[in-house]
Design a protein around this ligand. Structure first.
Ligand code: TRP
Length: 337
């Protein structure tokens, strides 16, 4: 039965892509049978960087939710909701702003990367982003948080916050969450540059990113143009050393077919890229085609999607409310009546 409770989320900035699918959503789908699941669309996090066109934020919020459902997240089993529909996240985040120390936030590598040299012009929201993420997790007493390697430091911060609050107030309210790190095999890189993570903020080339809404023709064209090298595919995993693009395409193939890298390397040993790309295209279209069609259906009738999200939000609010009340009481806020 349940091994615990998981919570995870994706920011609705830009369109969902293959990295979101293979690196996150596909793993969550598999975790549904073993864990009690909470999956949110973290829209509050989406506005920490540049201003997003408001209508675009509304659209991408629905698109992420549609992507979850179309990929196999079952709203009857998992609680699927939009972060801003559950005010407890933002309310607890304020308390955590007062628990986390500046020194802790100053060590966050993601803030340093994102703010770069322009620290003075970065938003205060970007700086306290990890406190909000801690609230997302701790408000549900999540025991496990599936995330990419780049988010591990944020989970450690959530643990530090939980521990400090529990310690300072002499309580045992917050559960310390464990990160479940999605393996390197599901770290999808740019199709144009095997050293760069596939990202909607790639900006470089339209051909670098496969979107979950891409048609079969788009997928075929992007894979055809994907950067390769002049050698046939290697006989062993060790032969991928120094061949980042070949490794990335093989990793994608392995993830799409639920196999290990070694297994797909054994299958494709000695193939030319032409043959391999044809196979990869068929596979990708076979997996993404039905997801793509279901996303289009859900986006065409947002009423159904919005109703699912309303139900999820009600469940999430109900789950979050008692702990937030307990936190307020613990801190000593005068009970509202
Ligand atoms: N920071 C995460 C990312 O950029 C998104 C996120 C926000 C998240 N809140 C979360 C992930 C809570 C897991 C749990 O990928």
């Amino acid at each position: 039965m349940s091994r615990g409770r998981i919570l995870s989320g994706i920011k609705p900035t830009g369109n969902l892509h293959l990295g979101n699918y293979l690196g996150a959503i596909r793993n969550w789908v598999a975790m549904q049978k073993d864990y009690e699941c909470f999956f949110c669309v973290v829209d509050l996090h989406a506005i920490t960087a540049d201003r997003i066109e408001p209508a675009e934020l509304t659209r991408t919020t629905r698109e992420v939710a549609a992507g979850y459902i179309a990929s196999g997240i079952d709203p009857a089993r998992a609680t699927l909701f939009v972060q801003s529909h559950v005010p407890a996240h933002a309310e607890l985040a304020w308390i955590f702003n007062c628990v986390a120390r500046l020194g802790w936030l100053n060590r966050m590598t993601q803030f340093k990367d994102k703010a770069g040299k322009n620290r003075d012009t970065a938003s205060a929201g970007l700086y306290v982003y990890p406190n909000l993420m801690a609230a997302d997790i701790l408000i549900y007493k999540a025991t496990h948080v599936p995330v990419g390697e780049d988010q591990k430091q944020h989970i450690e911060l959530a643990r530090d916050i939980a521990q400090k609050f529990n310690h300072d107030y002499g309580v045992d309210l917050f559960v310390l969450p464990e990160p479940v790190i999605q393996g390197a095999a599901t770290r999808v890189m740019s199709l144009r540059d095997g050293a760069k993570k596939m990202s909607k903020s790639d900006g470089g080339s339209d051909y670098a990113v496969i979107y979950m809404t891409d048609s079969a023709d788009d997928i075929a064209a992007k894979l055809r143009k994907a950067t390769t090298d002049p050698h046939p595919l290697p006989e062993s995993v060790a032969g991928l050393e120094g061949r980042a693009e070949a490794a990335n395409l093989l990793n994608i193939y392995a993830a799409l077919t639920d196999r290990t890298l070694a297994e797909v390397v054994a299958e494709t040993a000695g193939w030319g890229f032409g043959q391999f790309k044809t196979r990869l295209t068929e596979t990708a279209v076979g997996v993404l085609g039905p997801i793509n069609a279901e996303m289009a259906r859900l986006m065409a009738d947002p009423a159904e999607l919005d109703a699912i999200l309303a139900k999820g939000a009600a469940k999430a609010r109900e789950t979050a409310a008692p702990l937030l009340a307990e936190v307020y009481r613990t801190v000593g806020f005068l009970p509202a009546r």
